[in-house]
Design a protein around this ligand. Structure first.
Ligand code: ADP
Ligand code: MG
Length: 622
């Protein structure tokens, strides 16, 4: 992912005209909002002086909605109606959710949007609606603090979020009544918070260990341009797993079996979490839970979580290897996410990279702060020389063409926003409609690509095959969202689609699709060649058949006619061959055989056109 910088054309408004803009980190576990005041970024507090809003929404039978800490407190006694980790479900389909691997207790039901809904006492709730509730609280908080309506917000998303997940996030913000200035990737936001975009060169590793997820991103900065070299991580590993390990240990100390009721389980987990967090600032903590009272020492926690930290470090090494780098190539390690407060995590990361990570900015707040800095630039609060960051698309986008082939229109790693167009034509005489199938991926065949959307262009005036000119335009906006249009240029008929796929891809799936495209490259090229020859053979068959029907009897003698009929049979047979060279050879032969017929038809049609016109007219180009 490349991040280019472009200059902001707006000039700096007077201080009293400062526009109200915020950065929002919509997290899996916690969310928060930040803004730039008097040139300094700060996170905004709630009425109780807290900046973290737990990303938890509770629904009651009376339709009352609670968000944040009070909702979190309901998770022990009313788990089914207390939605946690909603971010995992954003933009995902039923199939994805089965493989999410999270042991969340919800009843999920299918819905029209393609995203499954949560079944609660207050009815079916979509992941977007639950996220909207979280965002509403943050927007309200900001409007209170800034004393007025917001101009807009930069909302952060994981670097690997795809179209559907980004769209779902954007929808949630729009529903919460705030304009999305940009979606920004979380590691980029963290690097921006440390001012790493302001000059300097080098490789940056962003280590983000949150509540339920671990993300590692390797960025390279050169000449003020960020490039994401690789991303990796584990979507089912985070501070919650530390809590689970510790809760289990508490259970053992208390002499409890494995078969615990959900409410005892929740109690153990909540105690574990608060004990773990205390150990980040003190060497030991007194614990009393489920009938067990004792001292928990830091060493005990360390020994429980070491295997999990090691797992994150293995992912780091893999990610570095993907980027073709060694730990010593990394100039800066940025720590992000509440779980990087755990001292053991810092120690082990320091050891792995051979350098002290950057921890000066609160790891909970660093993403929101970077987003706020970016929002401030985007609304024009900064002088003209400030920079904007741009992303690239992770997988190529294109459409299906004849023969089940994927024609790429925008290639992966293209900087967004971007608009590209390509002209296509009709396959059959008199074709009045065209099906546009929008695809994503690196492979040559449609069957190996991911289907994003389908739409139809209707009302094409009937013409001979190949005469219509259909311009297919792809536009990807700064948020990575795709709009596809198709226009027949002679008649002006037009159709378009906003691509909102019903489910998303996670980072592993993107990586897998890329890897497959490399390993299958040769086979894919052969498959493409085969399909192209088959399409050519089909076209030739249709054309020749029509021509024979129309002019065969008039222009050919019996023997010639029979010979071309045989050629047709031959084409039909060889079309199904799996050998593209063989098909090519037959196409060659048939085109030789039919050359004379084609020439006679040409003459005949010129003859016909000439009838009734003077030679003068012809010469004047009539
Ligand atoms: P997310 O990005 O998933 O929303 P956060 O970055 O907010 O998550 O991290 C939440 C995690 O950070 C939780 O597991 C929480 O227990 C952990 N955490 C918060 N404060 C501390 C602390 N002082 N010490 C250790 N872990 C902490
Ligand atoms: Mg986070």
């Amino acid at each position: 992912m490349v991040l280019l910088q472009i200059s902001e054309p707006g000039q700096s408004p007077e201080p009293h005209q400062r526009r109200r803009a915020v950065g929002i980190d919509l997290g899996t576990t916690n969310s928060l909002v930040a803004t730039v005041r008097s040139g300094t970024p700060e996170t905004l507090l709630d009425s109780e002086g807290q900046h973290l809003l737990p990303s938890v929404v509770h629904y009651s039978a009376t339709g009352e909605v609670t968000v944040g800490r009070r909702a979190y407190d309901r998770s022990a006694d009313d788990p089914l109606n207390t939605l946690v980790s909603v971010k995992r479900f954003m933009g995902r389909g039923i199939e994805d959710i089965k493989t999410l691997g999270s042991q969340l207790p919800y009843d999920m039901v299918a819905s029209d949007s393609g995203m499954p809904n949560f079944k609660t006492v207050a009815g079916e709730i979509s992941p977007v609606a639950a996220s909207t509730e979280i965002l509403k609280v943050l927007v309200e908080r900001a409007e209170l603090a800034l004393d007025g309506r917001l101009e807009g917000a930069v909302v952060t998303v994981p670097a690997y979020f795809d179209e559907a997940q980004r769209q779902a996030t954007k929808d949630a913000a729009t529903l919460a009544g705030v304009k999305v200035l940009r979606l920004l990737s979380e590691p980029t936001a963290a690097a921006v918070a440390y001012g790493l975009d302001q000059g300097g060169e080098g490789v940056i590793a962003v280590y983000d260990l949150g509540g339920g997820t671990f993300d590692i991103s390797i960025l390279r900065l050169s000449h003020g341009v960020f490039e994401v070299l690789s991303t990796g991580g584990d979507s089912a590993l985070g501070g919650d797993d530390f809590d689970r390990a510790l809760a289990q240990w508490f259970g053992q100390q208390a002499g409890l079996g494995d078969d615990l009721n959900p409410s005892v389980q929740r109690q153990l987990l909540m105690t574990a979490r608060s004990a773990k967090e205390s150990l980040s600032t003190q060497p030991q903590v007194a614990v009393s839970v489920a009938g067990w009272t004792g001292e928990l020492k830091r060493e005990q926690l360390d020994s429980l979580i070491d295997p999990m930290i090691d797992k994150t470090l293995r992912a780091c090494r893999r990610c570095l290897r993907d980027a073709g780098l060694k730990p010593e190539d990394v100039a800066n390690v940025v720590m992000v996410g509440g779980s990087t407060r755990t001292l053991r995590v810092r120690e082990k990361v320091t050891e792995a990279f051979g350098r002290e990570p950057l921890v000066d900015i609160d790891p909970d707040r660093v993403v929101a702060i970077g987003a706020a800095l970016q929002a401030d630039v985007l609304v024009g609060n900064k002088p003209g020389d400030e920079m904007l960051l741009l992303d690239v698309i992770p997988l190529s986008l294109g459409i299906e063409t004849m023969g089940g082939l994927m024609e790429k229109i925008i290639h992966r790693n293209t900087t967004i926003p971007v608009a590209k167009a390509q002209d296509f034509t009709t396959f059959k005489d008199g074709q009045v409609a065209m099906a546009v199938h929008v695809l994503q991926g690196e492979r040559e065949l449609v069957s190996d690509s991911r289907s994003l959307a389908r739409f139809e262009l209707r009302g094409i005036p009937p013409m001979v095959a190949g005469a219509a000119k259909i311009r297919v335009g792809f536009r990807v906006d700064a948020d990575g969202l795709l709009n596809v249009s198709a226009k027949e240029l002679i008649s002006g008929v037009e159709a378009h689609v906003e691509v909102k796929p019903s489910y998303g891809l996670n980072d592993e799936e993107v990586t897998r699709m890329l890897k497959e495209s490399y390993t299958h490259a040769k086979g894919d090229m052969q498959a493409r060649a085969l399909r192209e020859q088959q399409v050519d053979a089909d076209r030739m068959y249709v054309d020749l058949q029509a021509a024979l029907e129309q002019d065969g009897r008039a222009l050919l003698n019996n023997e010639e006619y029979h010979c071309l009929e045989m050629a047709l049979v031959d084409l039909e047979r060889v079309r199904n061959s799996e050998n593209h060279r063989e098909i090519a050879r037959h196409i060659e032969v048939v085109s030789k055989t039919s050359e004379e017929f084609a020439a006679r038809r040409m003459n005949a049609s010129i003859q016909k056109a000439l009838t009734g016109h003077s030679l003068d007219e012809i010469e004047r180009g009539m």
